[in-house]
Design a protein. Structure first.
Length: 408
């Protein structure tokens, strides 16, 4: 489906999640933002529009000047290792002794708005917070990495999945899709709805907004009589026509022991689930043939495939990789981007153990995984078995408990 482009309207800026928040950025990212045309002190952050910012850095310059009308002006420069920005704060009290509050070399966290003075950007501070935690800077860089990947890179309009049920005898017939289109467009402004022609939907069948995910989840839609599985999706494929550029990710001035794991993010569990999905579709077809008297093996095939998918989903839910969305039926979405570190660790361990020998057993993988003491993950045996098969890429065998099933 072709992506439909439409710029954000002015009245939609205030509806975004980042509009009332202080966007946490590195100073180099802050200075690279593009200003919104015709809207002062508002800036494009990817597809988002932001106006307040949160930065952290070391004081490298400091100046205090008295105001003839009373109070004083506090001007200082912050350096976080990527760039330097001037910060300005106005105070109503006299400047006596103020120099001792911001010594050179102190670590500060500043919240405020960005303005331009003499063609240079500066941060007008609303709040100045001294940081005394020695781990504040490393934790800050990790948080910037997470926000850049999981929040700032995302579309401001959330991904929507629709799970639809219909009956053959309902008004509108199974071949009409206008009801679903009208109902979805009434609820989801600016969304593209692409149901298959076999589906008829009603407004109450639209699932509530699910959590944002790096990939758009496909929704499983089943006919109410259960004789077939029909694919359908209701997705928001709207993008800003301005193609707002996202500031580049920051490179920390120091190294982390597991930075390579952050770069080697993989989706072992999601790949396993996708690999199991065709089994359910094939089993549903075979089950329908068995009902029509085409053979007696369809029931066993359907039961095996159904048990496989159910156990795979259960193991993923247990490990916190997937979450169940409140809907008319079961719909799952990826959960918590930080949990994707676990597949990365599994792949890293598999490489360390040597994939060429073809002997990565469950016990060996678990023993290697336990050596990573800094990652406190609880992994079920069923999930590790699936991960072993995916990592080895040797067959389409999925083992759960004492049973072994082969994907068709």
């Amino acid at each position: 489906m072709a992506m439909r482009e439409r710029p954000l309207a002015r009245d939609e800026y205030a509806l975004q999640d980042l509009w009332p928040a202080h966007a946490m950025l590195g100073i180099s990212q802050l200075l690279a933002l593009r200003e919104v045309e015709g809207l002062e002190e508002c800036y494009h952050l990817g597809h988002h529009v932001v106006r307040r910012f949160d930065v952290m850095g070391v004081v490298v310059d400091f100046d205090v000047k008295a105001n003839p009308r009373g109070g004083h002006r506090l001007l200082f420069a912050l350096d976080d290792g990527s760039a330097v920005v001037n910060c300005l704060a106005w105070r109503n009290d006299p400047p006596a002794g103020r120099e001792r509050e911001l010594p050179l070399g102190s670590l500060l966290r500043v919240k405020g708005r960005m303005s331009t003075f003499r063609e240079q950007r500066q941060l007008v501070a609303f709040e100045i917070l001294p940081e005394r935690d020695p781990l504040a800077e490393p934790l800050r860089w990790l948080e910037l990495e997470r926000l850049w990947r999981g929040v700032y890179s995302a579309d401001p309009r959330p991904t929507i999945a629709a799970l639809v049920k219909c009956k053959r005898g309902e008004r509108g017939g199974p071949r009409g899709d206008g009801g679903l289109t009208r109902a979805a467009q009434a609820v989801l402004t600016g969304a593209d709805v692409a149901p298959p022609p076999e589906l008829v939907a009603v407004r109450d069948a639209i699932v509530r907004m699910i959590r944002r995910a790096p990939e758009r989840p496909a929704a499983a839609c089943e006919a109410a009589n259960g004789d077939e599985t029909l694919p359908a999706s209701c997705r928001n494929d709207v993008a800003c026509a301005t193609e707002a550029r996202l500031p580049p990710p920051l490179s920390p001035p120091f190294s982390f022991a597991y930075s390579s794991l952050l770069d080697e993010r993989c989706e072992v569990f999601l790949q396993a689930l996708r690999s199991a999905a065709p089994v359910a579709a094939t089993a549903a077809t075979a089950d329908g043939a068995a009902r029509r008297g085409d053979g007696g093996g369809g029931d066993r095939l359907h039961a095996a495939a159904k048990a496989l998918v159910q156990r795979a989903v259960h193991s993923l839910k247990t490990d916190g990789v997937l979450e169940l969305v409140d809907a008319d039926a079961d719909a799952y979405a990826p959960f918590d981007a930080e949990r994707q570190l676990l597949p990365a660790i599994l792949r890293h361990v598999a490489r360390a153990a040597g994939r060429c020998d073809g002997d990565i057993t469950l016990a060996r993988l678990r023993a290697e995984l336990q050596q990573h003491e800094r990652h406190a993950f609880v992994v079920s045996d069923a999930t590790l078995r699936t991960a072993v098969e995916v990592l080895l890429e040797r067959s389409q065998l999925y083992e759960t408990g004492r049973d072994v099933y082969r994907a068709l």
